[in-house]
Design a protein around this ligand. Sequence first.
Ligand code: PMV
Length: 348
Amino acid sequence: SSADAGSFTWQAPSNIALVKYWGKKENQIPANPSVSFTLNNCKTITTLEYKRKDKVSDDFDFEVFFEGEKKDDFKPKIKTFFKRIEQYCPFLKEYQFIVRSENTFPHSSGIASSASGMSALALCVMSLEKEISGEVSEDQFNKKASFLARLGSGSACRSVTGSPVVWGAHPKIEGSSDLFGTEYPGKLHKVFEDYQDTILLVDKGEKKVSSTLGHNLMHDHPFAEARFTQANANLEKLIPVFESGDLEKFIEITESEALSLHAMMMSSTPYFILMKPNTLEIINKIWEFREKTGLPVSFTLDAGANVHVLYPERDKSAILDFIKNELVVYCQNGHYICDLVGKGAKKL
Ligand code: PMV
């Protein structure tokens, strides 16, 4: 039967947080709620080939190929993922798997592929579960896929559905949960439906400090409680902004979030700095340009030196000119990626 052998392919997007997740409890439970835009162009495409084994063995049985080549160094991360999700997907050890994955964005771009990658793999596992156990509603399917993706990499749970996606329980956001990401349920102004994100690749190198380590440093961070309170407050402040499309407030909240994230890194023990001089050059240029033109262009950052330049579609031509003329010089080899808000993962 089709549950004995076959394959599933999913493409899952990356996402960029507006309110940042930084700090977690046991079992990948976030210390504060976060919200992100799902992206459209930066994606991982993963195929899961499966074959039922004659005899159930006591270990996970899988090979990993990345962009066509066997990748044994990806195996530990996937094994950890399988271990964490096994209690929710008890069929995993009954199968032999081949995981084939590729990204639409360059491999060494400093863009984390863990969100899109873990989401795509979780969705493939869910497709297999559905094959084995029959019908499940799309909502249930997405919730469990997000739940599983969270166990792979926290922010991956925000890479299943369209945008914005909230992860982490917040009293003012209905249906929000610590366990999975959900599409923002409130009113959303149409300016945010096709918001642009041009990613400036300032440093394409490997991350010097892993996000796992960074999250852990929030455990005895002197500002932890204040930071978690701030994130909750910023998420609440975004609710009327999402509805009204007030970009001045949007910028105020999201730029503050980006800088607070990095402020946590600078004030932890040990302390570290992930921004590069060019990150600051770009931020200053954006502020200068915004001041001069009044155009609603802003930045956000994730756990690295790259800058995500955010702006509405209606100002795309002027802002893209500005990016090309004034910001691209700060990118490594002039490299940048044009992305925008997208609609979530898709089965291929
Ligand atoms: O999902 P992780 O553990 O790689 O953490 C991601 C953390 C940030 O990207 C810095 C913020 C976020 O909310 O995505």
